[in-house]
Design a protein around this ligand. Structure first.
Ligand code: X8Z
Ligand code: ZN
Length: 608
């Protein structure tokens, strides 16, 4: 026991002094004694107290940086990132020493979670650890400060270009912005490649083959099995996606002409209403059914009623309150960033925070007054309510059952923003009858189903790159191979040799895994169905809104409160009764639309 205490102290000292060369590694000391279950518990307790000490200041630094990007906040943030990740890596290495110690299931789970807790693992070499943190900070700064400057000297932000790409139907302008935004990521390519090498050294020290394996090891199943699970889910959705892609391509071809959109090729990525062609709801007007359909225009309704950012967030909070969740704390309203502050660079990409793992909940967004952003606000609040539900669990259990669960909660709630709900808010006057269902389902499919192959391909790319298998000169080529393969979209212009298009998507420079969104797009339909059943809804799934159902709220909260304390299969079972992720709910939700799409496509040659 005395020796493990010394070990723990030496772990703490190492963490506090990353610049000092370590004289003895913690594992050398641990291996010298017979460890017991009590040692394991003490070890986890020590980890928790060390981590909890640094986590909150690190979160403040990260918030300050993300809401005010400059040289100094970048340095402070990189410093804290390095401190926390080095601490985590040291404990992860030490945790492996308990592999053969007999411990109870709960202790074993925490030790396993600790071993795979990091995304990007710093090596023990302090110089490399510092460099890794600096690269991370540099890449996110490049992204956050990114803008495209036109020939006339006017510079545009991502938010401005995204708004334009949602509504403009001028292919030249769309292509200019598409191309312009991708200039920002060229300087990332070299440092991204450097990061891969250093992070793989760190992953190996943790006992993983590489960072790719580390990323796949977080799903309560062997890392080698997980990709098969994703293939299975994608296989369930693929026929529906192909039908949607076929219809959208045909309609775009009619709108822009066959020269711009050939009928046997992937769709050029700049025409889909979104900077990354990841969700296509903004081009509903081009692909909508010929027959007039009443589909609520939430953007217009909010503008007509003079909604502002705060009103949008208040309405989203009210939805959660109607399910029985406690209101957000006063500090949420004081400390959140709802709008882009003038005159400084910020990370506009939406995110949700619990700064102190207690009640300091916040969101960070540059809210636009659109229906799309109304959904994103629900998405972010879903994160906040999850964070609050698991805040009292042991530190290693403060997280979602699997990464997809965190991303699915707010989206599940947003599936309940039905016409009936919108009427309740006073945003529309009449609930469209069922003759309009195809229009409504098509709009949802353009957002949700179009997203699924994108959600899959981003990490198909990263898994290969982070395994170190791909040389930097092939990074971009592989990206476009996968874009074509999964999504059936292509680059509208040939790509320069120095292009690094993956870096123009936030989650790549930020090292946020993307599989989470793929899973979330499957899980949210499962959650929606389960909650609709619990709420006693008799409506078809796409018309069900769980608003006001305390029973649904309780069932949801029961799952959220579990955090990561059980394998995700248990959490899923708690709420849905089943233990498998399953896309058949998607088939059920969209069944009438699939019939309609197949009719539209009857005389078309689909595929690419
Ligand atoms: O990044 C997000 C959220 C924050 S976790 C706004 N999403 C992905 C994206 O924007 O690419 C939500 C859907 C996919
Ligand atoms: Zn999210």
């Amino acid at each position: 026991m005395r020796i493990i205490q010394q070990t723990l102290i030496s772990v703490a000292v190492l963490a506090a002094c990353v610049a000092c060369a370590p004289t003895s590694k913690p594992e050398t000391v641990i291996s010298a004694v017979t460890l017991t279950a009590a040692d394991a518990n003490e070890f986890l307790g020590q980890y928790a107290s060390e981590m909890e000490k640094i986590e909150t200041p690190a979160a403040h630094a990260s918030w300050a940086y993300a809401t005010h990007i400059n040289f100094d906040t970048g340095k402070v943030n990189a410093y804290f990132k390095e401190q926390t990740s080095v601490l985590s890596a040291q404990y992860a290495v030490a945790a492996a020493k308990f592999n053969d110690v007999e411990v109870d299931a709960d202790t074993r789970r925490q030790l396993e979670l600790l071993k795979a807790a990091l995304e990007i693992a710093p090596p023990a070499d302090p110089v490399k650890a510092e460099r890794l943190a600096a690269i991370g900070s540099e890449m996110t700064s490049i992204y956050g400060a990114g803008e495209y400057c036109r020939d006339d000297g006017i510079c545009l932000s991502l938010v401005q270009m995204s708004a334009e790409m949602a509504t403009s139907r001028d292919p030249e302008l769309l292509q200019e912005y598409w191309q312009g935004w991708r200039e920002i990521s060229k300087p990332m390519k070299g440092i991204y490649a450097e990061q891969v090498v250093i992070a793989n050294e760190g992953a190996k020290e943790l006992g993983f083959a590489n960072t790719s394996e580390l990323w796949r090891a977080k799903y309560d199943m062997p890392a080698a099995e997980f990709p098969k699970e994703l293939d299975r889910l994608w296989g369930q959705v693929k026929p529906f996606y192909e039908a949607l892609q076929c219809h959208v391509r045909a309609e775009l071809s009619e709108h822009y002409g066959e020269e711009t959109v050939p009928l046997d090729q992937p769709i050029p990525a700049h025409l889909l209403g979104n900077m990354w062609a990841q969700s296509w709801g903004n081009i509903y007007d081009i692909v909508k059914p010929e027959q007039e359909m009443n589909v609520p225009d939430v953007t217009k309704a909010m503008a007509d009623q003079g909604y502002d950012e705060i009103r949008m967030v208040k309405e989203a909070e009210a939805f959660f309150s109607s399910l029985g969740f406690a209101q957000l704390p006063e500090t949420f309203w004081e400390r959140s960033m709802f709008q882009k502050p003038p005159g400084r660079d910020v990370q506009c990409h939406a995110s949700a925070w619990n700064i102190d793992s207690k009640e300091d909940l916040r969101i960070k967004m540059c809210i636009q007054i659109t229906g799309e952003e109304f959904n994103v606000i629900h998405h972010e609040l879903g994160h906040n309510y999850y964070q609050r539900a698991y805040k009292d669990l042991p530190i290693l259990y403060r997280g979602s059952a699997n990464s997809g669960f965190h991303e699915a909660i707010g989206d599940t709630i947003a599936l309940s923003i039905t016409p009936k709900y919108l009427k309740g808010l006073g945003l529309i006057d009449d609930i469209p009858d069922t003759s309009n269902d195809i229009g409504m389902l098509l709009k949802v499919a353009l957002d949700k189903i179009a997203f699924i192959p994108f959600g899959l391909m981003v990490d198909q790319w990263r898994w290969q790159v982070l395994a170190g298998d791909i040389t930097p000169d092939k990074y971009n080529e592989l990206w476009w191979e996968l874009r074509e393969k999964y999504q059936g979209v292509s680059a509208p212009v040939s790509r320069d040799a120095d292009a690094f298009d993956p870096g123009a998507k936030y989650h790549v420079p930020a090292n946020v895994s993307y599989t989470r969104y793929f899973l979330a797009h499957i899980l949210q339909f499962q959650f929606h169905k389960a909650l609709c059943d619990i709420a006693g809804s008799e409506e078809p799934l796409h018309r069900c809104s769980i608003v006001g159902s305390k029973d649904a709220g309780t069932a949801l909260n029961d799952m959220l409160e579990m955090g990561k304390s059980q394998p995700w299969q248990e959490a899923l079972q708690t709420m849905t009764g089943g233990r498998d992720m399953d896309a058949s709910t998607i088939e059920a939700y969209f069944a009438p639309l699939k019939v309609w799409l197949d009719e539209q496509n009857a005389d078309r040659q689909c595929g690419w």
